[in-house]
Design a protein around this ligand. Structure first.
Ligand code: NAP
Length: 310
């Protein structure tokens, strides 16, 4: 029987691991399908406190993992496929290799994953010019026009990064106002390689018959008019979906996000099961807020284990 299992190795999971390890709980940390979480798929992180010159997302997560391991956190490559939660525990987890784990307490820190447009052509051309990660795939598209879909910080961050490679970057947004922060908007507006296409949605990605991206079909949502734009790649940056499917029948969720009923606490609707980071936060979704939630969950779990004499 484990004392504490932490599910996820993004900023929330690894910060929880660091605190729990320092509290001598020897947490078992399950890496999940994207070890290191979303930050490993980004470039420079400029807003994590303590790094005035910025830090690469991958380097930040690697350092955080080493820091947690230094104090005794044990990392295991495993994906949780199902859970059987009981108020007060023990909690049972089923892993992708069909093995099971029992633990006194759990912290769910499974983060979120990119949202896709849901077009058959987008699906067919995924990794053949359609991507959700400019850092991973941007360099493949040198000297060609690139389309980015979305109007939030992610879309503008991807667009700005992609100007290094593309001949131009077209940001397609379904409204005529951006959701992104002012600093990102200013940078994007000042970049001569970025063109905004307002009030438009991508209705098709071309060309499935050629097995590569050659362009997009756009629809103006105000007039209904259709048009085509040539491009060599499409980056979709329209937000995220919380990775909570294995838990949805076991803890209270809302819109897929895990509900933390007691404000300021990390306890879920099941006693002994805690949550932290993007899987339980649809508001802030920042690396630093995820890390803060991870810290909070580890402290809550530690206090709960002591209080229960576990
Ligand atoms: P987001 O803020 O939720 O923005 C998603 C964007 O995609 C919105 O503009 C939305 O349009 C659009 N969208 C959603 N569904 C769509 C669909 N089906 N078709 C077309 N467009 C669609 O997501 P995000 O940009 O990933 O950012 C998430 C959080 O991370 C935010 O808090 C953000 O500030 C933060 N973040 C920060 C940084 C940074 O500071 N450098 C970088 C990345 C992310 P509407 O605007 O019309 O809803």
């Amino acid at each position: 029987m484990e004392t504490l299992v932490i599910i996820g190795t993004g900023p929330a999971g690894l910060t929880a691991a660091l605190y729990a390890a320092r509290a001598q709980l020897e947490p078992l940390v399950l890496a999940g399908s994207v070890p290191g979480g979303q930050l490993t798929q980004t470039t420079e992180v400029e807003n994590y406190p303590g790094f005035p010159e910025g830090i690469q997302g991958f380097d930040l997560m690697e350092a955080l993992q080493r820091q947690a391991e230094r104090f005794g956190a044990r990392l295991q490559n495993a994906i949780v496929t199902a859970v059987d939660f009981k108020p007060g525990g023990p909690q049972r987890l089923t892993l992708s290799d069909d093995s099971t784990l029992e633990t006194k307490a759990v912290i769910i820190a499974t983060g979120a994953r990119p949202r896709w447009l849901g077009l058959p052509s987008e699906d067919a051309l995924r990794n053949k010019g359609v991507s959700s990660c400019a850092t991973c795939d941007g360099a493949f598209f040198r000297g060609v026009p690139i389309v980015v879909v979305g109007g939030g910080d992610s879309a503008l961050e991807e667009a700005l990064f992609l100007t290094r490679f593309g001949s131009k970057v077209m940001v397609v947004h379904r409204r005529d106002a951006l959701r992104a922060s002012k600093v990102m908007i200013q940078r994007a507006e000042e970049n001569p390689k970025i063109e905004f296409i307002w009030n438009s949605v991508v209705t098709d990605v071309l060309d499935v018959t050629q097995d590569k991206v050659t362009g997009v079909v756009l629809k103006d949502v105000k007039t209904g008019a259709e048009s085509r734009r040539e491009c060599g790649a499409v980056f979709v940056a329209i937000g995220h979906i919380p990775n909570t499917e294995p838990f949805e029948s076991q803890v209270q969720t809302e819109g897929g996000y895990i509900v933390l009923p007691d404000p300021g606490r990390s306890q879920t609707s099941v006693e002994g099961v805690f949550a932290a980071g993007d899987c339980a936060d649809h508001v802030y979704r920042q690396a630093v807020t995820a890390a803060g939630m991870g810290c909070r969950a580890a402290i809550d779990a530690e206090r709960w284990l002591i209080q229960k004499g576990l």
